[in-house]
Design a binder for this molecule. Structure first.
Ligand SMILES: *[C@@H]1O[C@H](CO)[C@@H](O)[C@H](O)[C@H]1NC(C)=O
Ligand SMILES: *[C@@H]1O[C@H](CO)[C@@H](O)[C@H](O)[C@H]1NC(C)=O
Ligand SMILES: *[C@@H]1O[C@H](CO)[C@@H](O)[C@H](O)[C@H]1NC(C)=O
Ligand SMILES: *[C@@H]1O[C@H](CO)[C@@H](O)[C@H](O)[C@H]1NC(C)=O
Length: 199
């Protein structure tokens, strides 16, 4: 069976919300930013900060899916989900339930090609695709440090799914002409995951 992992990050902890799969890639089931019980992240806080147990930010599930699905490691700064505040005065947390699912995981450095291929009779289904950079240690060979430092530029893109879903094979170039430029001056890459489904 597939087991579910839960990661909970108290919001002002300055620790990033980090999801990681040792095997396979992340598939987010649900995520909460707010508070649904009076226990999580309550230690050392005054009761008024955890008495509201009906607080959640709309759209957090989609936000985390958009950022993390199909990656092996995904870090979200809790600052990224903070506005608008869904319950002022309540001490909030970000909690994600996810599983690690088998998938083909590819990285194509800037100006190179990602080749997606399925066996005969099967078709591509993209789990997630990102263009930018969220890791210094990927596509860095012979690059000046200034081009690999920015690790806060990884934009989710629907372009890969639109071009490749339902096809048996697909080639896509990791370039600005295809994906735009989310961070000028950064040496970007395309990261994606897909599975092969029966037609
Ligand atoms: C995650 O799963 C646990 C255990 O089933 C559940 O109590 C919790 O509410 C879930 N969290 C979210 C954000 O869905
Ligand atoms: C937390 O909520 C439970 C009921 O859900 C209640 O019995 C308990 O007293 C509350 N604890 C605090 C510290 O407010
Ligand atoms: C959040 O979504 C619920 C149900 O979809 C809706 O009733 C509520 O007004 C929304 N809240 C905000 C702040 O958008
Ligand atoms: C990339 O994401 C950032 C932050 O979400 C956004 O401001 C920017 O417009 C995006 N860039 C592209 C090219 O989609």
């Amino acid at each position: 069976g597939v087991s579910t992992d839960t990661v909970t990050t108290c919001v002002d902890s300055n620790i990033p919300h980090r999801l990681e799969c040792e095997n396979g890639v992340i598939r987010v089931q649900s995520a909460l930013y707010g508070r649904k019980n009076n226990k999580t992240c309550s230690e050392g806080r005054p009761p008024r900060e955890f008495s509201n147990t009906g607080c959640s930010q709309n759209g957090t599930g989609d936000f985390v899916k958009n950022r993390c699905n199909g990656k092996k490691v995904c870090e979200i700064s809790t600052n990224d989900v903070i506005s608008p505040d869904p319950c002022y005065g309540t001490y909030k947390y970000l909690q994600t339930n996810f599983t690690c699912v088998p998938a083909i995981h590819l990285i194509a450095c800037y100006q190179s090609y990602a080749n997606l291929n399925c066996d005969k009779g099967r078709v591509i289904s993209v789990l997630g695709a990102y263009f930018g950079r969220d890791n210094k240690a990927v596509c860095y060979a012979s690059r000046p440090p200034s081009q690999v430092e920015n690790v806060y530029c990884s934009n989710s893109t629907q372009i890969v799914a639109k071009s490749c879903n339902g096809r048996n094979s697909c080639t896509i170039k990791a370039s600005g002409s295809v994906f735009g430029d989310p961070c000028f001056g950064t040496f970007k890459y395309l990261e994606l995951s897909y599975v092969c489904k029966c037609k």
